[in-house]
Design a protein around this ligand. Structure first.
Ligand code: TRP
Length: 393
């Protein structure tokens, strides 16, 4: 990325004031059109309706399969580098929503290897985050018959043979051109692992359209995977993508990140903590005092509390519109808007936490979501790994 653009978006760094349009031109993805939005299963999810998912690759093939009852799958994953915050969770709730609507198969890969390679963190710490994140993902409530959860190091007997096959298709110069010079050879190999994630549903179940709903910083992985898929050696379709903007951070426009000075709202935060964080940190689009606000009104498009509601936490379009109107005309104060956002977020988190606390031991809960041995064998055979290979024993 060049200096004068003054923002950076790669899988390994997101910085600066992001120009989402420019990013599309640079990445070569397409804007999600109104016609495409209209073909999403009804009722259309707010994240799609409101353009949080704003760009796509090959979304039409996925939608056609979803709308005609043919096999289709979703892959969206998690890099377990810390506790999950509200910006991490919306692709998963979106995937669950689509699964309920169209019976989509959902694959959820956990890239513990990736985060070990990227962060100054021990394997033990990564393992702790993996377990904690898995409980949050299980709390979303996916259908175990239609969902698979894969942990890279724990499911190495399927991930590694496939990633090895795909790594052979990618040159070092492609990696360098797509991501910049990797910090170590593990990072250099990792794109083959994420390509494995994106192709896994087809390798297990046979050729069909897959959609990857994910924040736009992950698009380079999708591109590398699509190149591998286009080699035709594996009889798979190129995975499609539905690319989102970033949930703003509490402190203002920009990505919510665990390493900012302002805190993020964690999935484990209780009511009181949510209210405290929003009251104290949520960037306001209002005026500096009540008189000025009553007179001039606020700006919802830069107000983080409003943006949280618009992204995910207020489903009802009329209520959202009314809040925007009242904020603009000054009848709704910034503090009042913060209370509304905090209430909605705290309600959502209480439900999520309630489901999480109902879960039993991780091993028991995870078991029905793991690939069975047939599924592992089928995937390995698709890249030419023999059925009676050692890893079967
Ligand atoms: N690399 C992603 C991240 O850092 C996590 C991830 C792994 C992922 N595999 C995936 C995301 C497949 C989407 C699809 O957040």
């Amino acid at each position: 990325m060049t200096e004068e653009e003054n923002f950076t978006v790669t899988p390994y760094a997101v910085e600066g004031a992001i120009d989402y349009e420019k990013l599309l031109a640079e990445f070569g993805a397409d804007k999600l059109t109104d016609e495409q939005i209209a073909t999403f299963p009804d009722p259309i999810h707010p994240l799609v309706r409101r353009n949080v998912f704003y760009a796509e690759r090959d979304v039409d093939r996925f939608l056609e399969a979803a709308n005609t009852g043919r096999p289709h799958s979703i892959v969206t994953g998690r890099g377990p580098s810390g506790p999950m915050h509200i910006g991490h969770v919306f692709p998963f709730y979106f995937a669950k929503y689509l699964q309920e609507q169209t019976n989509a198969l959902v694959y959820i890969p956990i890239s513990d290897d990736e985060k070990y390679l990227l962060k100054e963190m021990s394997l033990k710490a990564i393992d702790r985050h993996t377990r904690d994140n898995l409980l949050d993902l299980l709390a979303v409530g996916f259908d175990p018959d239609r969902t698979r959860i894969i942990v890279d190091t724990a499911d190495a007997n399927v991930v590694y043979p496939l990633a090895t096959a795909f790594a052979k298709e990618v040159t070092q110069s492609t990696v360098d051109a797509t991501y910049g010079t990797p910090a170590n050879i593990g990072i250099s190999f990792y794109p083959a692992v994420q390509a494995t994630h994106l192709l896994l549903p087809q390798l297990v179940e046979g050729r069909h359209p897959t959609l990857v709903p994910i924040a736009i910083d992950q698009d380079p992985h999708v591109r590398v995977c699509r190149d591998i898929a286009s080699k035709q050696r594996y009889n798979v379709e190129k995975p499609g993508a539905l690319l989102s903007k970033f949930l703003p951070s509490l402190g203002g426009p920009g990505k919510m990140s665990s390493s900012d000075d302002v805190p993020s709202i964690l999935l484990s935060d209780d009511r009181e903590t949510v209210f405290k964080k929003i009251r104290r940190y949520a960037y306001s689009g209002g005026q500096s005092n009540i008189e000025a606000h009553r007179e001039q009104g606020g700006n919802p498009t830069i107000d983080v509390s409003y943006q949280f509601l618009a992204y995910f936490f207020e489903e009802n379009d009329e209520r959202l519109e009314r809040l925007a109107r009242e904020y603009r005309d000054g009848s709704l104060l910034s503090g009042e808007l913060k209370e509304i956002a905090a209430t909605q977020i705290a309600d959502f988190l209480e439900n999520h936490q309630g489901r999480r606390s109902q879960l039993g031991s991780l091993a028991n809960e995870l078991a029905p979501y793991r690939l069975n041995s047939d599924e592992r064998t089928r995937a390995r055979e698709r890249v030419g790994y023999p059925d009676d290979a050692l890893s079967q024993w």
